[in-house]
Design a protein around this ligand. Structure first.
Ligand code: BG6
Length: 508
């Protein structure tokens, strides 16, 4: 990525940055944005002239903001607080503006002017809306009225970007009145995950995968993002969202894009976004009157995880006792292009599943003829490549070998590679990667408006059909692998979800 390029040579000072954080008192700022900025600071990726202007409604000062964010950083940053002097120096870059959204622009403008005067240079301006999306339009207007949408200013927003196609388009119109598309950085944090980027490295840096990465050799692809967490404290948001909007419309579709896209010429910018967009553009629409053939949903009831009894979704705080919100969603998709025609891509995600497991399995077609028979029960196991992202990042190739002995029989075995065994240290978190790219103006890992729109176009018919059909919720117990209807969805094609093999490899 561009942002991996070295810092400017000594003598050529990097331009100053003003990072405006609207919603500085909120959870997103506390848990993710500021800890990532602090990690960038610790690694020397913030310029010496850097100011963090926190904006929130509550009265406060730079000092009270720093005191509050201190704990968020201690708990959530990769480096931890470290030396007090590191934190103190970082905290010096903070200032606080107590303002409602409508006054934010007007109150920020003079602060910005002062910094510009002190620095003798116009800083790079970042406007991060760590706010509920209902306020995005108002915030864009307030910032623009004070001239903060000036050329080069970058506006950052993140999901939920709408709750369906129409509301998304309306949201975009409200931003587009004040900011150009090239100024808007939409975060899908999965794209910043090291593991997501490794998918492309694996595919495009090794000559052995691409030749078989197509419909001639791949039978089907399954993408699983299973969480053991329930809805936690987020019922207020989740009740109106559900798994399809929360995870599939954005994160899982982006993982699918990384698996299915064509090689970009360079791993950056619109080249990367165009290749992902091509995939979204090629997804076969799901007919609203036949949704059950392509989609399945579920909601967890009471169950057990790790020996602990857990309530069902409808018993969680803040959830309606008759809620029809899905906590599990599965889709069967087809990418209608030369590479993937008729290869099913199965996507599934759920809360309170049996284990935290994120994996992508590429299952290959069988050989045309087997001269060696397979051991009993092993014949139908496909040769497969499993890219595991959680709980540990690893890669497993399942192949057949001959069983030792005078008999001629095949047995599947695994070739394994675990990142932690090869590389020491914790890689940068998703927000760190994305914020570093943002400061460098590198857009490749951010979502373009047409990508988000295409994703809504795909899931909209499913949302509409589900809204009009009764449910049989709860239909899976907490601590299991999801509802029977999702098994039937894939079984209709003669396939089955792989139960993730969660045995950890012995290290050393
Ligand atoms: C978020 C979803 O976008 O991603 C959550 O809203 C989900 O429901 C989360 O748990 C998973 O991502 P991560 O990075 O927190 O594991």
């Amino acid at each position: 990525m561009n942002s991996d390029q070295p810092m400017p040579a000594p003598g050529t000072a990097s331009p100053p940055v003003v990072f405006v954080l609207l919603g500085a008192g909120g959870d997103l700022a506390w848990r993710l944005v500021v800890p990532a900025l602090y990690d960038l600071y610790r690694d020397g990726h913030l310029p010496p002239r850097f100011a963090l202007l926190g904006v929130d409604q509550k009265p406060g000062t730079a000092r009270s903001l720093a005191a509050r964010l201190h704990d968020g950083v201690a708990e959530n940053s990769r480096h931890g607080i470290g030396q007090d002097t590191d934190w103190a120096k970082f905290a010096e870059s903070m200032d606080y503006v107590s303002a409602g959204i409508d006054q934010a622009g007007a109150l920020l403008a003079p602060r910005l002017a002062t910094l510009e005067r002190d620095w003798g240079e116009k800083p790079q301006l970042v406007l991060y809306l760590a706010l509920p999306p209902a306020f995005f339009g108002q915030a864009a207007e307030s910032l623009a009225a004070a001239g903060l949408n000036r050329d080069g200013a970058r506006l950052v927003v993140e999901k939920p970007l709408g709750s369906d196609l129409d509301s998304y388009l309306e949201l975009e119109r409200s931003l587009g009145r004040h900011f150009a598309e090239s100024q808007i950085y939409r975060i899908d944090h999965f794209l910043g995950k090291e593991t997501a980027q490794n998918i492309l490295a694996l595919r495009f840096a090794n000559p052995i995968f691409e030749p078989v990465w197509n419909r001639n050799h791949v039978d089907h692809v399954a993408i699983t993002v299973a969480e053991t967490l329930g809805v936690e404290h987020r019922a207020g948001y989740y009740e109106g969202a559900g798994a399809l909007r929360d995870m599939v419309q954005n994160h899982l579709l982006q993982l699918l894009c990384l698996v299915a896209m064509e090689p970009p010429v360079i791993y950056a910018g619109d080249d990367l976004r165009n290749r992902r967009m091509d995939v979204l553009h090629s997804l076969r629409p799901i007919p609203e009157n036949d949704v059950d053939r392509y989609a399945a949903r579920g909601q967890y009831g009471p169950g057990w995880i790790d020996g602990k009894p857990l309530p069902g979704y409808r018993q969680e705080p803040g959830v309606a006792p008759d809620s029809d919100t899905e906590t599990y969603a599965a889709l069967k998709l087809y990418v209608d292009n030369w590479r993937w025609q008729d290869v099913p891509f199965y996507l599934r995600t759920g809360k309170r599943m049996a284990a935290p497991a994120w994996e992508i399995s590429i299952r290959f077609r069988p050989v045309p003829h087997r001269a060696f028979p397979a051991a009993p029960g092993e014949a139908d196991k496909p040769v497969s490549l499993i890219l595991r992202m959680q709980p540990e990042e690893s890669l497993r190739l399942r192949i057949f070998v001959k069983e030792p002995g005078s008999h001629r029989r095949l047995r599947p075995v695994s070739l394994d590679f675990a990142y932690a065994e090869e590389f020491a240290g914790q890689p940068p978190g998703a927000y760190e990667t994305l914020l570093k790219d943002l400061l460098a103006g590198e857009v490749g890992l951010f979502m373009r408006a047409d990508q988000v729109e295409a994703a809504w176009r795909l899931v909209d018919p499913v949302l509409r059909a589900w809204a009009s059909q009764p449910t049989d919720f709860p239909n899976y117990a907490a601590g299991t692998w999801g509802p029977g209807c999702a098994d039937s969805l894939i079984a209709a094609d003669g396939h089955a979800w792989l139960i993730p093999d969660l045995r950890r490899r012995e290290h050393g």
